[in-house]
Write a protein of this length. Sequence first.
Length: 365
Amino acid sequence: MSLSEKYKQAAMSLQMVQPFEGSRHVGWKSPSNIALVKYWGKREPQIPQNPSMSFTLSNSFTETSIEYSFYDKSGPKIHFTFEGKNELAFKKRIERFLESIIEYVPFVKQLELKIESVNSFPHSSGIASSASGMSAMALCLVSIENQLFGTLRNKSEFFEKASFLARLGSGSAARSVYGGFVVWGKHERLADTSDEVAVKVHVPGKDMWELGDAILITSSEKKKVSSSAGHDLMDHHPYAEARYEQAREHVPYLLEAMEANRDELFIRVVENEALSLHALMVNSNPGFSLMNNNTWSILEKVCDFRKDTGIFIAFTLDAGPNVHLIYRKKDKVQIKKFIEEKIIQFCENGYWIDDEMGGGPVELN
Ligand code: PMV
């Protein structure tokens, strides 16, 4: 049985909320993640065309708290503030998200929800907040389910449902409910992987793979083409099938590279993924590019630095012009020096975010 069917069945006993007085509270702090193998292209309902792999960050996160009370009309009734302000566009997105998942969490129809959300990174930094935002929201909803019905006391079931719901809000959000390295999307060679939820992957020689991520902001402007439009353009993309096959090969390559400490292979796969993603955008119809001149300058400097010093460093990009520098945490001093001396001039107002791999979401009291 698919997870979707399982949750639909289970939802039959989640229909009726016993009226209660006053309000209750849930809250989660959930981080963003950076994909090493990219998810680009999907089919309904938010099923990825290829498996992707990421690691979860630490300092770039969303904190969401929900105060909820019993609502005896047909709800849910929603109040939403982002960083203390009423943000209509965000509220609409949350409403659409709740509508899309209502069959899995029908109890929210009998609730009034006061949702407050804040990001650790500036809203206008060009950093996508959908992974952290949607995962924080999904975790709050499963916490509410647990408080009202006690159905998700088992930790792995709790996070599995959170990942399932987060995915329906934003594909990459499915991966943010777990710390460390995470795979989302069925891969026949990787046990337990699924298109419906993400799974944590265990990497041997873990100390070697404690990674830092320096997020270099080259532009904080709103993207001219959204991720959803980019995913849609993959539907008739001439290279779509080759791309999906490439990503299917890259996931085990990356795991093998980590297992055998093959740094060169790791770097080749990660950088190839970033460039492939952006090449797919250029080759879409209509084509577009989200990289800018500073993005290219940084990529060049990174390659020169690696060649000159032999230090492990790889660049990657999400769907935007900002560059993520992936490095080993033990090399942080040299990497910071490199950024300050050679890179900061390409960052908008010298801005970059010092992030690293993290342990996943944390419940807020
Ligand atoms: O989750 P979405 O729909 O915002 O798509 C994310 C797409 C990339 O960030 C480019 C790649 C990924 O796997 O995170």
